[in-house]
Design a protein around this ligand. Structure first.
Ligand SMILES: Cc1ncc(COP(=O)(O)O)c(C=O)c1O
Length: 403
């Protein structure tokens, strides 16, 4: 006999934890129940839009399984994947040895390992606004706080260095730089990257350089930030999820920069990594295959992304009351709608979902102000599908704004 019928209480940290990109799917399911088809433009998963994993990566995973590599691996990853990742970094100008590389369950796990290993409860981390929301979600879990620094849509979504400076205090521990950026599609010029490094160095901050879209800049791969200064304390991230079209495999890698100042962080991250045993083993063999094999799929992927980005920018900017900075990489755009007084980005996004079955994500899920009217579109659908989607966005927006 139970002593009580009361529900089991949950931890308070969950109240602080949000991840809008998936949280909003519940609303879409409700709309589907009414019989309406929903077009999911909320999650950046190229596989869902017909961009398929290169066959040689699949072969590598299948071969690993057939060859019996189904046991636990060393916690930081198999030697050959760490060596391949280190060699890839070296080829891009980052001097890092394999023992400073960890193979992780996607970039996501690497972010969690670093923040957990470096940031104490009550401390602060500088994250861009808008940001990829995993950073704030992990900070909520570990009891630390995000300090949102402005990136400015009137200046191609560039970080506002003065604003960053104004936010730094003795509790600040790290600076997150997402470049190429999700959700804005921005790419930072070298001067901006150097200024960010100088700023971090002036205040003893570690930089988390999120470079999962590094190979998806339309003009060709952008170098890792760490290549600009091998002595700066930079942790670099990438994965198979985006540029290698295998997001479900949960295979990523991180390089803890060669600065001796990062030795304690490397030790802390490895200690934490021991506790989760290892990332999925067979997929680690695909990391080697990806980083040592043919990457020609990226050329056509980039071309197709550019075409979709151009279409998105042209169509969105033609809608009265809406504007969009042209993305220069990634598969995201962050348009702005001039909201009527009293309306929020959530009103707009839910209205678009309920009226036209188009699921996007409100900017406030990425840290922008609800009244600023930003929302994120994933533009991986075919140009023909996108054309129809933007017809619907146009019609809905005119009705919503009464123009
Ligand atoms: C900026 C950014 N960082 C990290 C991730 C997580 O990537 P992964 O699948 O490698 O964990 C994403 C996924 O969308 C992302 O956009």
């Amino acid at each position: 006999m139970p002593v009580t019928s009361a529900p089991i209480r949950t931890a308070k940290r969950v109240d602080r934890f949000t991840y809008a990109i998936r949280n909003i799917v519940g609303e879409a399911k409700k709309v589907e129940q009414t019989g309406m088809t929903v077009r999911y433009l909320n999650i950046g998963d190229p596989n869902q839009f017909g961009f398929l994993t290169p066959p040689h990566l699949i072969e590598a995973v299948v071969k690993a399984m057939r060859d019996g590599h189904n046991g636990y691996t060393p916690s930081p990853g198999i030697a050959e994947a760490r060596e391949a990742a280190a060699a890839d970094f070296v080829s891009r100008g980052v001097n890092v040895s394999p023992d400073r590389v960890l193979i992780t369950s996607g970039t996501s796990e690497g972010i969690e390992l670093a923040l957990t290993g470096i940031v104490d409860e009550g401390e602060e981390v500088l994250v861009p606004s808008p940001t990829y929301p995993l950073y704030t979600a992990v900070l909520a879990k570990i009891g630390a706080q995000p300090a949102y620094y402005r990136t400015d849509h009137t200046r191609q979504w560039m970080p506002d260095l003065d604003h960053i400076r104004s936010l730094i205090n003795p509790k600040t521990r790290a600076l997150v730089v997402i470049d190429p950026n999700n959700p804005t599609g921005a790419i930072y010029p070298e001067k901006m990257r150097r200024d960010l490094i100088a700023l971090a160095e002036a205040h003893g901050l570690v930089i988390l350089a999120d470079e999962v879209y590094g190979d998806l800049a339309y003009d060709g791969a952008v170098p890792p930030m760490a290549a600009l200064d091998n002595d700066a304390p930079i942790i670099s991230y990438s994965s198979l999820s985006k540029a290698y079209l295998a997001p479900g495999w949960r295979a990523g890698w991180m390089a803890v920069g060669s600065s001796p100042r990062l030795d304690p962080a490397l030790a802390a991250i490895k200690k934490l990594a021991d506790g989760r045993l290892c990332s999925p083993g067979p997929m680690q063999y695909a990391v080697t295959a990806a980083l040592t094999g043919d990457r020609s799929h990226q050329v056509s992927f980039r071309q197709q992304l550019r075409e979709r980005a151009d279409l998105t920018t042209a169509r969105i900017n033609a809608i009265p009351g809406m504007s969009c900075v042209a993305p220069r990489g990634t598969f995201y755009a962050m348009p702005k709608v001039e909201l009527p007084k009293g309306k929020t980005d959530v009103d707009f996004v839910l209205g678009l979902l309920r009226s036209k079955g188009i699921l996007t994500v409100y900017g406030s899920g990425f840290g922008t102000a609800p009244e600023d009217g930003f929302f994120r579109i994933v533009f991986l659908a075919t140009p023909k599908e996108l054309g129809a989607i933007y017809d619907d966005v146009d019609a809905f927006t005119r009705a919503f704004l009464g123009v």
